[in-house]
Design a protein around this ligand. Sequence first.
Ligand SMILES: *Cc1c(COP(=O)(O)O)cnc(C)c1O
Length: 224
Amino acid sequence: MSIKENLNKIKNTFSNPHCLLVAVSKTQPISALKEAYDLGIRDFGENKVQEMVDKQAELPEDVRWHMIGHLQSNKVKYIAPFVHLIHGVDSLKLLREINKQAVKVDRIIPCLLQVHIAKEESKFGLDENELEEIISGHEIQDLKNIKISGLMGMATYTDDTARVRKEFRGLHQLFTTLKKRALPPNFEMKELSMGMSGDYVIAQEEGSTMVRIGTAIFGERNYK
Ligand SMILES: *Cc1c(COP(=O)(O)O)cnc(C)c1O
């Protein structure tokens, strides 16, 4: 199937038409991104800094670049001038560095805090205690060039849809609880990034505001 057919199919299965589709283009060639761009896609997700920088130079200015992978502190500077949203932030150390680089380029960089919701040990993310420490710690308030726009999470990679739903539901509950709370001024809880090719339908049913979809749009990834 073509990228166009895939995008149509995905849009037709959205249960929430307002949910943002982030096209995850990691490992895909520029030609594939341009094809998606010509079909109206403006939000692209990448997980490697160098790849994002290279692709950013090749695509039009109005593309919104989403960093979805695990970001190393020493690489923040390369994407700080243009990145639209950093999805997977899971430490105060990283927030500090994003803030520092954002100051240098005179921007406020929106970030999502990644919460560990999966059963698997290997996944990145904060547990609820670590999240609480960041939110209620004093330092976060001084990081005036970052904005915490919401939460991000990845469900366990499994066919057990009940389990996936439960994990997404738990994250949505946490998101709703935080929304109601008095949070530091640089917080604005409005985005909940959850759902990928295999589980975006469930994620939307459980309250996702942005889904990150790669293979269902572009086909299998080519890791060289
Ligand atoms: C690769 C990736 C995706 C997209 O995965 P697909 O299964 O190809 O849709 C989404 N989120 C993150 C964090 C990823 O690394």
